[in-house]
Design a protein around this ligand. Structure first.
Ligand SMILES: Cc1cc2nc3c(=O)[nH]c(=O)nc-3n(C[C@H](O)[C@H](O)[C@H](O)COP(=O)(O)OP(=O)(O)OC[C@H]3O[C@@H](n4cnc5c(N)ncnc54)[C@H](O)[C@@H]3O)c2cc1C
Length: 381
């Protein structure tokens, strides 16, 4: 059994952010570090909005200053003054991370193994058991997918999507403007919308997204996308260059930042993905900075934003059409940048009240007793 100071489990988004930040700390370089990943391909792309440039700026393939959100009879198109929406391909992010200095540090090792479990011995040392052996560690950071044991009294929905990157015969798209949510599509009264990212005037990602608890056969997504391309985008002839498909958990399950035996969870397993939107890339980056600088107590989402997310989750589960209305009102009645700042949890309470006053608030109030009952039941389980 080999002994390490620190073992990282999973070499995805959150671990790479954290390693990058930790290696900026001089003391960290003295630690003997092991990174274990099962070697699955991680070919997703990340989109996010920022005010300032990040260190990945040179890797971001596309940017949009104008965003659109709309429904059957309206479309809001707004050029943002301070925020920019970015697109970063996973392969470029991982290439950048794999070429960072820490990968060549003599104390840093990578192993392709599948983690089975993590035990802790009487002396407080961790034992990471994999399909190929055992490793001991003084500290473990884990980004392995969370084990949600029992969702009773909690909500677990999925953000599930399928999209095509299409190439049209002639220039069709406005490359300056991306469509964040177009609610003009519908399927069985579910919460769904189209997402369109134009890469050039004849190439765009056209994606259908649902927030629900049922994942559908591919044909369901495909027929809606096909219809949207023809009816809404007015594109009859196109070639499908690539397909993107995925699902992201949206939950109020209490994912722990530190597990019961002291493993430090990061990324999805620490609840770093925003429950009401599924965005997590920049939240994981911020979390990595807090961990690296020892500001652990600041890691968790502010209480009131958790509360707002939960109300929305209940509405999405029980009244998807009301949730759809609420999302539309949110964007219809407020400036785009204010909403994005709110979704980043950077608004003040006063700004939030001003946002809520422009929303149909009765559907939100209806969710509060359900949340309260579930919380009480969870306490007595
Ligand atoms: C398809 C998709 C698209 C997304 N798009 C966006 C987006 O546009 N913007 C945004 O902000 N967020 C997005 N997200 C959400 C979030 O940013 C990503 O899911 C992010 O990759 C989560 O990072 P993570 O470190 O928690 O997990 P991952 O990046 O998934 O890393 C976990 C790693 O653990 C490894 N692993 C798993 N099990 C084992 C095991 N037993 N042993 C060893 N290794 C193991 C996996 O192979 C993987 O490399 C998206 C998520 C998905 C699924």
């Amino acid at each position: 059994m080999e002994a390490f100071d620190i073992v990282f489990l999973g070499a995805g988004c959150s671990t790479r952010h954290l390693l990058y930040e930790l290696y900026q700390q001089p003391d960290f370089k003295k630690s003997r570090v092991l990174l274990i990943d099962d070697g699955s391909t991680n070919d997703r792309t990340w989109c996010y909005w920022t005010e300032n440039k990040t260190e990945f700026h040179h890797l971001e393939n596309y940017h949009w200053k104008t965003l659109e959100v709309g429904g059957k009879k309206w479309m809001a198109k707004e050029e943002m003054s301070s925020l920019t929406y970015h697109y970063l391909a996973g392969k470029d992010f991982f290439q950048f991370m794999e070429s960072a200095d820490y990968n060549r540090h003599p104390n840093f090792e990578i192993k392709t193994e599948k983690v089975d479990r993590i035990d802790k011995d009487a002396k407080g040392e961790f034992k990471v058991i994999t399909n190929k052996g055992e490793h001991s560690a003084k500290k473990v950071y884990s980004s392995l997918p969370p084990k949600i044991k029992n969702v009773k009294n909690h909500i677990l929905l999925w953000q599930h999507f399928k999209g095509w990157t299409i190439k049209t015969e002639k220039g069709t798209f406005d490359t300056k403007s991306a469509t964040l949510m177009d609610f003009s599509v519908s399927y069985n009264d579910k919460f769904c919308f189209m997402y369109v990212l134009p890469f050039s005037d004849d190439e765009a990602l056209v994606e259908l997204t649902f927030f629900s608890n049922t994942i559908y056969e591919d044909a369901v997504y495909e027929s809606i996308i096909e219809d949207y391309c023809q009816q809404k985008l007015g594109v009859q002839q196109y070639q499908i260059l690539s397909t993107e498909k995925g699902k992201i958990p949206m939950t109020n399950y209490p994912l722990k930042a530190v597990s019961e035996n002291g493993v430090i969870n990061i990324g999805t397993s620490a609840g770093m993905m925003k429950a009401s939107t599924g965005y997590g890339f920049l939240r994981m980056k911020k979390d990595a900075q807090l961990l690296a600088t020892g500001e652990n107590e600041r890691r968790i989402t502010k209480g009131r934003f958790k509360f707002y997310d939960q109300l929305l989750l209940y509405m999405l589960r029980d009244n998807p059409l009301e949730a759809r209305n609420a999302f539309q009102s949110l964007f219809k009645n407020n400036p785009m940048e204010r909403i994005l700042t709110f979704l980043d949890e950077n608004t003040t309470l006063k700004e939030e009240i001003s946002i809520f006053l422009r929303l149909p608030w009765i559907p939100f109030i209806k969710q509060i007793p359900k949340l309260w009952i579930d919380k009480t039941k969870a306490l007595f389980r």
